[in-house]
Design a protein around this ligand. Structure first.
Ligand code: ZN
Length: 152
């Protein structure tokens, strides 16, 4: 068993800093307050991510924003070994996970706090927000520390 990777914050290049648009601004405003908020379709009640003006399930243009607890399970992941920009040179290797928050609702984020060879399908994780330059944090995940409570 190797030492878990622990980083106090994600290092991101200027090009990787979030840039909200009209659809995603409420997501980033919530993230800036340390909350994870997702769109919920007002017609079919499904959560969705990424933010979009129209529900891909039923075509409704009506949605609300719901704060969720940020707990989920690793659905898939990659370990990045090649820095795609010089600003990420000190971060490699780093893991990026696709986390399932609810059935069919998946969100990508940097996965820290776990050794890369211990990442597994279904690993319970919880959201974290890494501060970076500018108003919007980078969304990431860390192990939740237990198998209870996270959605299947
Ligand atoms: Zn819908």
């Amino acid at each position: 068993m190797s030492e878990p990777e622990r980083r106090p914050a994600a290092t991101v290049s200027p090009g990787a800093v979030p840039v909200p648009d009209a659809d995603s601004l409420p997501f980033w405003e919530a993230a800036a307050e340390g909350k994870l908020s997702l769109q919920r379709c007002s017609a079919c009640d499904r959560l969705r991510f990424p933010p979009s003006p129209v529900c891909s399930h039923c075509g409704s243009w009506d949605a609300t924003w719901d704060e969720v607890d940020g707990r989920g399970r690793v659905y898939s992941w990659v370990v990045v070994h090649h820095a795609v920009t010089p600003a990420l040179r000190d971060d490699v290797p780093y893991a990026v996970a696709l986390v399932e928050l609810a059935p069919g609702v998946r969100i990508p984020g940097r996965l820290t706090g776990v050794a890369h060879d211990e990442i597994r399908d279904g690993l319970p994780v919880t959201v974290v927000f890494h501060p970076v330059d500018g108003p919007w944090p980078v969304v990431g995940f860390v192990p939740a520390g237990d198998d209870d409570g996270a959605p299947a």
